[in-house]
Design a protein around this ligand. Structure first.
Ligand code: DX5
Ligand code: ZN
Length: 220
């Protein structure tokens, strides 16, 4: 199983976003996590399609769009046009999750499904066969720089077991409050894609990415 770092640009310095992305890519981060907030599903507003379109191609990184958006089915095509490679939607935000998953597939992108901390992970049990990646939120979505919720570890373990029982290897991503000093715990629980915002972009992004990659490369 491949262990991947997905730096979240929510904490980047937007004056020099392209340069910072490049630094993370050169230090080994294969994905770039793009947090979209609509002011409805979550209280805050971040950025959307025009920003993605502008940064697409600044690096060769996989554009991993996390839509914290009510009824994201409305924007799937627009994100595909803007350059998303993976579109992750929240189970809690979709009236028809099957139709939303189908729409992402039709647009030729990978499908991510996310659950908030208060959502029972068992609700995804019948859905994981239809998706490429399960994103377990380890903070309440909406802001960077929050503290990791320890109960997330048990959810990750349950998710990894559910996939095992159904006989396949699922990409499991964790997002929120991940730092160099707790990343090993989420890997042990069963995560293989790690999102980190503050821990990458506060300080020196190249150095911070390298430190994460050392841990991820030596894992397993
Ligand atoms: C939270 C976002 C996260 C966030 C992670 O709503 O989905 O991607 O930026 O930030 P840190 O790593 O700072 O907790
Ligand atoms: Zn995110």
């Amino acid at each position: 199983m491949e262990y991947i770092l997905a730096p979240s640009i929510l904490s980047a310095d937007f004056k020099v976003l392209g340069e910072q992305m490049k630094e993370t890519e050169e230090a080994g981060a294969k994905y770039l996590h793009f947090d979209v907030m609509d002011g409805m599903f979550v209280p805050s507003i971040s950025f959307g399609m025009p920003v993605l379109k502008s940064i697409k191609g600044a690096t060769g990184q996989v554009m991993d769009a996390h839509l914290m958006v009510q009824e994201p089915i409305r924007y799937v095509e627009a994100f595909q046009k803007a350059g998303a490679d993976i579109v992750t939607v929240h189970l809690e935000a979709c009236e028809d999750i099957h139709a939303t998953i189908e729409k992402i597939r039709e647009c030729g992108m990978k499908v991510g499904l996310s659950v908030c901390p208060e959502t029972d992970i068992k609700e995804t049990e019948t859905l994981i066969k239809e998706i490429d990646m399960l994103l377990i939120m380890s903070v309440h979505p909406g802001f960077g720089g929050q503290k990791f919720i320890p109960e997330s570890l048990e959810k990750i373990r349950i998710a990894r077991n559910m996939a095992k029982e159904q006989g396949f290897e699922l990409d499991i991503q964790v997002d929120g409050g991940i730092y160099h000093n707790n990343v090993k715990e989420v890997l042990d629980a069963g995560v293989n894609i790690v999102v980190a915002g503050s821990a990458v972009f506060n300080g020196n992004p190249a150095e911070n990415t390298r430190k994460f990659m050392e841990i991820l490369k030596n894992y397993g």
